[in-house]
Design a protein around this ligand. Structure first.
Ligand code: ME8
Length: 593
């Protein structure tokens, strides 16, 4: 009975996979806007970050996860009104042994600790411009209702039984470990103690009667789900890893702890002597947010993209889909996995004292600057090392010099005295390359620039769809460089507005460069919202002209009217991104080997 319903659900999930914008047809003419058909495809989207433990203050890794989700969500909203049905949740994971112990160590009640640290996360996310629609705390009453209901469903389907669990438990990671995943570490007095091979955190031997979930029944359904949804886990190497894990035996999973040992959690319904395992409790947050167990949750599930760090892949790619299948629901549509930020080549940890405080970074590098840095440098497939010189170098070169310099070159009074979007001259820059004539001024490289910028929005959308935001930013940055090359090649500062020969070409050079800047500003909105707003406002682009659906690059080149031509630029508001001072004291110095 169970098996039939599982198979049916897997089939349905396969059919409704998150689509990639594979078919990019221009709506009106050959520019790089996204088509309405693409927008309509997946009307609803629900993005989530992990909910973060409140045992310690947030660091740049937590902010990074939230930024990835934020950028994905903002990019989707920009695609047009039909994609506005977007939900984005984050929050704090407040139950479990880890929090119970951290509160005791800090001399606080668990509630005091949770309130305090959850507030830190909320403040950080607000400061960093995280546009979440929901912030969940697992200590909320609505969550308790959802978890206990979910538990009841698993129980009624015969998936929970009572048994004795004996083995290792790691409180820091809140997980059970087989003997093969435990090693011994030398202690300070020549003794040794058992630790998790993966995380290095201490483990302790546990033997108690718990409720056990029949996880072993789900090995094949999980394999089928992953094989028929090759994009369910992105990037691909993580998908592969999970399939490898599933090649091995999948033991049943203990999903409760004795309340005398773990009291800080949600009691098992009908059995107060047991507390629900914190990971089962935590994972259900994704359902609580969308209204579970009320039927309204069905309009958002399973249109979900979970953004997670690689450390919690097993919980999201094995336990969670198995729980969902067990409860008669579809697995999430997509799990987007990213690697970790290290500091000077080392894992960030309180005990090493190398935790980078994200609020200091936001103050130091500005909100947009630091958002840009993390999203431009963070690569999902590999760990990325943090140090301050890297931030300063990147932001000075890409935001201050390349982008800011380009804007300045095209809008400065000395070059653009009328402070307008000048006219584009089709004789100077005919749409057909290779034409010769006395007034033709465009060169082969200029046509290459037009092609690059025209196809940029689609390229960027593909990178977002493939969870490669850093590649989207790399592509924008490369086009910014190309545009600077274009301006440099034609040196508008050497052309004369008063000369009837120069003026049409001078206007055209500025028009093309401003059009490129308009595309860059529009595409940068998900990553650097304030900087993009400043840039687009300076160009005189109104709020209703900033969607990707309306992003038609250089329409005059394609023989269409341009609404910006002849328009006054917006007011001058100073440097787009002031250069950062190299001589500051560093928080984290470069690590040289
Ligand atoms: O695991 N680099 O919470 P957590 C990048 N409560 N990202 C990092 C990182 C780093 N160095 N360190 C942490 C938990 N992260 C559970 C989650 S979800 C139902 C429950 C990010 O506070 C990354 O997203 O330990 C990682 O998966 C998450 O924070 C772990 O946060």
């Amino acid at each position: 009975m169970l098996r039939t319903s599982v198979l049916r659900l897997v089939g349905r999930t396969g059919a409704s996979r998150l689509s990639v914008l594979e078919d990019f047809g221009p709506r009106h003419y050959s520019s790089g806007s996204l088509s309405a058909r693409d927008d309509a495809r997946d009307a609803r989207a629900y993005f989530t970050t992990p909910i973060f433990y409140v045992n310690a203050a947030p660091h740049i890794g937590h902010l990074y996860s939230a930024l990835l989700a934020d950028a994905l969500c903002r990019h989707r909203r920009l695609r047009g009104p039909s994609t506005a049905a977007t939900r984005f949740s984050t929050g704090t994971d407040e139950h479990g042994l880890k929090i119970q112990q951290a509160a005791a160590t800090a001399g606080l009640t668990p509630t005091e600790l949770c309130d305090r640290v959850s507030e830190h996360f909320q403040q950080l996310f607000q400061e960093a411009g995280i546009s979440c629609t929901d912030f969940i705390r697992t200590t909320e009453a609505r969550h308790r209702v959802a978890v206990q209901h979910f538990w009841g469903v698993l129980k009624s389907r015969g998936l929970l039984y009572k048994g004795v669990y004996e083995g290792w438990y790691c409180a820091s990671d809140e997980c059970f470990l087989p003997e093969a995943k435990v090693t011994r570490q030398p202690g300070p007095l020549g003794d040794s103690f058992p630790v998790s091979l993966e995380s290095g955190h201490p483990v302790s031997w546990t033997k108690e009667e718990n409720y056990i979930f029949r996880l072993s029944q789900f090995r094949e359904p999980l394999q089928r789900w992953l094989r028929s949804n090759p994009q369910a886990i992105t990037p691909e190497p993580f998908h592969h890893v999970v399939l490898q894990w599933l090649d091995e035996e999948l033991p049943d999973l203990s999903v409760s702890r004795r309340s005398s040992h773990l009291h800080w959690g949600i009691p098992v319904p009908g059995d107060d002597s047991q507390t629900i395992y914190v990971w089962l409790d935590a994972l259900v947050n994704y359902l609580t947010v969308i209204g579970y167990p009320n039927a309204e949750f069905k309009s958002w599930w399973p249109a979900t993209s979970h953004i997670i760090g690689k450390d919690i892949l097993k919980f999201h790619a094995i336990y969670w889909p198995a729980f969902l299948l067990g409860a008669g629901m579809s697995p999430p549509q997509r799990i987007c996995v990213h690697s970790h930020w290290t500091v000077c080549g080392q894992k960030m940890s309180k005990s090493l004292g190398n935790v980078v405080d994200p609020r200091t970074c936001l103050n130091r590098y500005t909100v947009d600057g630091f958002r840009y840095f993390l999203l431009r440098q963070g690569v999902p497939n590999w760990d990325c090392d943090y140090y301050d010189e890297k931030v300063v170098k990147l932001l000075n070169s890409e935001l201050a010099d390349a982008l800011g310099g380009l804007l300045n070159r095209c809008t400065a009074k000395i070059i653009n005295p009328s402070e307008t979007y000048p006219a584009f001259c089709t004789t100077c820059f005919p749409s057909e390359p290779g034409l010769v004539g006395p007034s033709v001024r465009a060169q082969a490289e200029d046509y290459a620039l037009v092609t690059s910028v025209a196809t940029l929005p689609k390229q960027v959308a593909d990178h977002y769809d493939n969870f490669q935001i850093y590649k989207a930013l790399e592509a924008v940055s490369s086009c910014v460089r190309q545009t600077n090359g274009f301006v440099q090649r034609h040196a508008p500062w050497k052309l004369d507005w008063e000369s009837p020969v120069d003026a049409p070409w001078l206007g055209t050079v500025l028009h093309v460069a401003l059009e490129c800047l308009r595309v860059f500003g529009t595409l940068l909105q998900p990553v650097t919202p304030s900087l993009a707003d400043k840039l687009l406002s300076r160009l005189g682009v109104s709020a209703s002209e900033r969607n990707l659906g309306e992003l038609y690059f250089l329409p005059r080149f394609y023989g269409h009217p341009c609404p910006f031509e002849g328009r006054r630029l917006g007011p001058e508001t100073g440097l787009l991104f002031p250069r950062l001072d190299q001589s500051r004291t560093w928080l984290v110095k470069a690590h040289r080997t």
